[in-house]
Write a protein that binds this ligand. Structure first.
Ligand SMILES: Cc1cc2nc3c(=O)[nH]c(=O)nc-3n(C[C@H](O)[C@H](O)[C@H](O)COP(=O)(O)OP(=O)(O)OC[C@H]3O[C@@H](n4cnc5c(N)ncnc54)[C@H](O)[C@@H]3O)c2cc1C
Length: 213
């Protein structure tokens, strides 16, 4: 394990329960888009977080939902510039979002499930991005995505406001006209959408998932 300092760009969005964490990247640290990394503080077990920036940056960025009674995230929330966080030496990953080199792909995320998409360079085309959350403010990440990916169709849904979920935005037409699907976030969404894709005769080779549990 390695200790690295928190960078000044780090911001905690109080009302949204969201930590936008930037930490120094060790010189020899390498990762691929879609990888996650164990992050924590001394004396607490590390938890995996998806890396939310491309690999050519001098920092590592993470989007972290704070769970009020959680074992780790309430402590991460109080981090200040130059505090030390503990990280694993090696990243891990099963979520092969590099497959988005296929131009007709769809990325579906709930809340901070949008993070892995931010690790992909904009040269990876994605046709449709659908992001949802229970709070509307977090959707500002989708603005960031639309700046990076002006060519993509971006849909966002704040379920508490709209009474809809990302599943409702993913229409049969989008499913029929796209080949690859990247699903990231809460298990319920991933189970629902995967089932629907398989029923629509998509194969498991066409579906990549990352469950945040
Ligand atoms: C591969 C992978 C990548 C991940 N990437 C991210 C990421 O980029 N950003 C991120 O915020 N999290 C991510 N997670 C989830 C993260 O690793 C932890 O599970 C979470 O931060 C645990 O927080 P905690 O220890 O404070 O809460 P815990 O002590 O684990 O839980 C406290 C309470 O919060 C609830 N809770 C815990 N996690 C969630 C959740 N994800 N959604 C809703 N309720 C929850 C629990 O049910 C419990 O009631 C990822 C998980 C995996 C497996």
């Amino acid at each position: 394990m390695t200790k690295v300092p928190v960078l000044p760009k780090t911001k905690f969005y109080e009302g949204w329960g969201l930590l936008d964490l930037y930490i120094d990247k060790p010189d020899d640290f390498e990762f691929e888009p879609g990888h996650f990394l164990g992050v924590g503080i001394e004396g607490r077990a590390l938890e995996p977080y998806s890396i939310a920036c491309p690999s050519d940056k001098h920092y590592l960025r993470f989007l972290i939902s704070i769970h009020e009674n959680g074992d780790l995230t309430p402590y991460l929330r109080t981090l200040k510039t130059d505090d030390l966080v503990v990280i694993d030496e090696e990243p891990g990953g099963f979520f092969d979002i590099q497959k988005t080199t296929k131009s007709n792909s769809v990325y579906v995320a709930t809340s901070v499930g949008i993070a892995p998409l931010l690790s992909l360079k904009s040269s990876h085309p994605i046709t449709v991005v659908i992001g949802g959350t229970t709070i509307d403010e977090i959707l500002f990440y989708l603005d960031e995505i639309s700046n990076i990916r002006p060519e993509a169709l971006i849909y966002s849904v704040a379920s508490e406001v709209a009474g809809k979920h990302v599943q409702d935005i993913l229409t049969d037409f989008i499913i029929e006209t796209h080949e690859h699907f990247f699903l990231c976030g809460v298990p319920e969404m991933i189970a629902d959408v995967s089932t629907r894709l398989v029923r629509a005769e998509k194969t498991w080779e066409q579906i990549e998932t990352e469950v945040f549990v």
